[in-house]
Design a protein around this ligand. Sequence first.
Ligand SMILES: *Cc1c(COP(=O)(O)O)cnc(C)c1O
Length: 509
Amino acid sequence: MGSLHESDISLSPPQLLNPEFNPLNIQEFRTQAHRMVDFIADYYQNIESYPVLSQVEPGYLRSRLPESAPYRPEPFEDILRDVKSDIIPGMTHWLSPNFFAFFPATVSSAAFVGEMLCTCFNAVGFNWLASPAATELEMVVMDWLAKLLKLPKSFMFSGSGGGVIQGTTSEALLVALIAARDRALTALGSHNIKKLVVYGSDQTHSTYTKVCKVAGIFPSNIRVIPTTSDDDFAMSPTLLRKVMEADVASGLVPLFICATVGTTSTTAVDPIGQLADVAEGTGAWLHVDAAYGGSACICPEFRHFLDGIERVDSLSLSPHKWLLSYLDCCCLWVKQPNLLVKALSTNPEYLRNKRSELDSVVDYKDWQVGTGRRFKALRLWLVMRSYGVANLQIHIRSDIRMAKMFEGFVKSDPLFEMVVPRTFSLVCFRFNPYKDSDPAYINLLNKKLLDLVNTTGRIYMTHTVAGEVYMLRFAVGATLTGDRHVYAAWKLIKESAEALLKRSYYIVS
Ligand SMILES: *Cc1c(COP(=O)(O)O)cnc(C)c1O
């Protein structure tokens, strides 16, 4: 035995604090989960008492929390207490009815309980067999939503296409782009990747450029079509055609066009049908990013924004923005799912099974970047069933009505003006008290106004710049927002502007 002594070997099991430790003790789960639901309901109830935009300084949390994880378990009540004292102050309250920044992130009781159920099963549904219901419900709800949007059969499983729930628009764009890229490279040979050119406008979401780089598109082959206020910042089909023809003339290959219905900056709508005319015959894949604006198209009176959709290759829309679903949920429909599968499928031994091999089922791992995936279809299913199409339409119309109301305030006030026409529930406006003054000065004044308003903590708005005009964005749509919030927000903006005006007389004179 050499020099080994009995005392060197620990024969007793490691000391456990609680030999009965069970991380899923059913009784404890029931108690804590009920307690948490109460905590959340109280938070929603009191949400207006917090500053909408968090007022903390960077690094605020590190000094408040211990340097290491606790060795011994801590009571649930202590943890909840710290959520209240340490976490909530560092939250910007996206669910506040006074949140008018970016785009809304709408939520609902139905989506919340759907999320609970999704978490409950923790189904890792990478293929059909991993949880048949997870795959099949996703196929059903994607067809339901497609029908609601009046998409053609060519995007539905009941037709020749299909849909998949991605995390965000970035992933939706990436998989569509990779499907298009691999189709092109199959014909051209992979060494020709340097010839592939992609197109968007200067209003296309910034993630598009990132996605193109990730997909291996040469940065010098990412074309940005300039827009102007004359076209309300929509992509010009004429300009796109010119740029594409020049590329073809110099031996390059048009690969992908990203059009947008409801741009992030000002909700501009690119003319899908006319862009499809340009794409036709070039071999380029036409994608429509309708992350926010697409949701409005469930109402017949807004469906025209998707006119021409039957001629595109793919469409994405994020219900986590405007269709009462929690993050993350981006729906992607494609006409040729086989191109996604060709580009993204994997077939390791450990996932092999008869159903997949017979090609009789959808294996969603082949439609996305990752392998494991959550059962997010439950959320959409609960939202659609709990509210019905009727209420979903009411929800959209109500937000648009409130945005119209705010637009009315802006238009009837001589100190303010609209900068771009309102299309959905976003109002882009600015303070412009001296109609003829220096544009740079008006931009500065609006920056100051935004700061002044946001530091009150009473509302949160953001800004954008388009056509060199700095403008304020007032996005209506947080689930709890009602008329009185919109009215109070306008009052605050107006009062702040008047205060600024008094001060700026000193600055100017
Ligand atoms: C918000 C937005 C995105 C990003 O969407 P996510 O799905 O939330 O990542 C992309 N495109 C447009 C037009 C958007 O408005």
